[in-house]
Design a protein around this ligand. Structure first.
Ligand code: THU
Length: 131
């Protein structure tokens, strides 16, 4: 599947402009290309109870599932300047669940696979293989 990285980055930046980040003042946006061709997005949503903050990737996954599901093929996450931002550890796990090892990420050091940014990941297979 052809991946238009500029389109994905632009969608991530657009989502970033809607971020609710009054506490950290660190808006984040993310966009994912789904295997059926649609683009899903998310932005971070903070809370006065700081620890309850939702990362942009949480919104992305919610958007993915609530609009019909599917598998993530490629993901771009950006900061306020539109520069690539690495998903935090928890969010890598979220992306892994819905993208798997071959999903591509626009990383700070080039396009990488999820297998590269979350090596030896824990996943659904562990729940069945280890019975
Ligand atoms: N943040 C994300 O949205 N995604 C990440 O992968 C890293 C961190 C947000 C959470 C918080 O609202 C702000 O960035 C500062 O940590």
């Amino acid at each position: 599947m052809e991946i238009n990285w500029n389109e994905l980055r632009a969608a991530a930046s657009k989502a970033m402009s809607n971020a609710y980040a009054p506490y950290s003042k660190f808006p984040v946006g993310v966009a994912g290309l789904v295997d059926d061709g649609r683009i899903v997005t998310g932005c971070n949503v903070e809370n006065a109870s700081y620890g309850v903050a939702l990362c942009a990737e949480c919104g992305l996954i919610s958007n993915l599932i609530s609009t019909g599901g599917g598998k993530l093929v490629a993901v771009a996450c950006v900061d306020r300047h539109g520069n690539s931002l690495m998903p935090c550890g928890r969010c890598r796990q979220l992306l892994w669940e819905h993208g798997g090892p071959t999903c591509l990420l626009d990383s700070v050091s080039g396009i990488k696979t999820m297998a590269e940014i979350l090596p030896d990941a824990f996943g659904a297979h562990d729940l069945t293989d280890r019975l």
